[in-house]
Design a protein around this ligand. Structure first.
Ligand SMILES: [Ca+2]
Length: 290
């Protein structure tokens, strides 16, 4: 048995030597380190992000989706020439683990260089928002007035308040609270927004939140001429969590399907079951489109 294993090992070693000797190219590796994401319109101010993985392309062909830190094996077609490596930010759309998406507003991080077999290249992708990104609002709750000032719940005792208890960025965030006496809070941006693309061009809402109970994000569509409310959609349920979480909510299809002239966006928190109170903290609420 030992003799057989010895022979087998020799055969395997010889086989692998033959493969190596026959001119098979060793891969190079791109070692993905940490990444940075800058605020829209800035190349110096970092923003919060939940870029989970990097989609990697070599000369326009996909090499796969990689977590970071990690290693990407690369075999260039022609190591004598420069190759274009593209690193693209991947998110979890609507916070759902199985919805892997490219984030359309972030530029690709690109390297154009020779890739030599056996070499390890360190790369720390830096992502900037595309220049043609339109930031319709960016509410960090740093000021005494904020954009979610429209009371939808008809209970004047509930509304968004500025707080420094827990913040993701800056000195303040927003607090939404309900209790047994005031069990519903629904609040929307004060002015309905015109000219949000309804032609399937990307529209996303980003936010950071902590919630001790599930709550909803939704939208209301309006007819510009009459001002009539067309729909009120409780678009996405956001799960309770224990620490700040970034969510990228894809509104593209909802906009293209509903096609209203104007929209308001709202948060809805309703006390559930046995709870005495429920609290949601929000920060960095951004609406983006092209
Ligand atoms: Ca803030």
């Amino acid at each position: 048995m030992k003799a057989f294993l010895f022979t087998l090992t020799c055969v395997l070693l010889l086989t692998s030597c033959r493969v190596f000797d026959s001119g098979e190219i060793q891969p190079a590796y791109f070692k993905l380190g940490d990444i940075k994401v800058y605020e829209p319109g800035s190349s110096t101010v970092l923003t919060t992000h939940d870029v989970r993985d990097i989609w990697v392309y070599l000369d326009g062909e996909s090499l796969g989706i990689y977590p970071y830190p990690g290693h990407v094996p690369v075999i260039p077609d022609n190591p004598e020439d420069k190759s274009l490596m593209q690193f693209i930010a991947g998110i979890r759309e609507n916070g759902i683990a199985s919805y892997l998406e490219l984030y359309p507003f972030l530029e690709f991080y690109e390297l154009n260089q020779k890739i030599l077999p056996g070499y390890v290249y360190e790369v720390n992708p830096v992502f900037k928002y595309r220049n043609n990104t339109i930031l319709r609002f960016n509410e960090g709750f740093e000021h005494s007035t904020q954009i979610f000032g429209m009371d939808l719940d008809e209970d004047p005792a509930t509304g968004i308040t500025q707080t420094s208890e827990k913040t993701k960025s800056g000195n303040y965030s927003a607090l939404l609270t309900v209790n047994e006496e005031h069990p519903l809070l629904e609040t929307a941006n004060t002015s309905a927004l015109l000219n949000i693309p309804v032609n399937a061009s990307s529209v996303y809402l980003e936010l950071d939140y902590i919630a001790d109970q599930d709550f909803y994000f939704g939208m209301i569509g309006y007819d510009e001429t009459t001002g009539n409310q067309g729909i009120k959609s409780y678009y996405l349920g956001l799960k309770a969590n224990s620490d700040w979480q970034k969510i990228y909510i894809n509104l593209t299809e909802e906009m293209a399907a509903s096609k209203f002239d104007a929209y308001r966006f709202f948060f809805s928190l309703q006390l559930k079951g046995e709870n005495d109170t429920a609290k949601v903290y929000l920060d960095n609420v951004k609406l983006l489109h092209f």
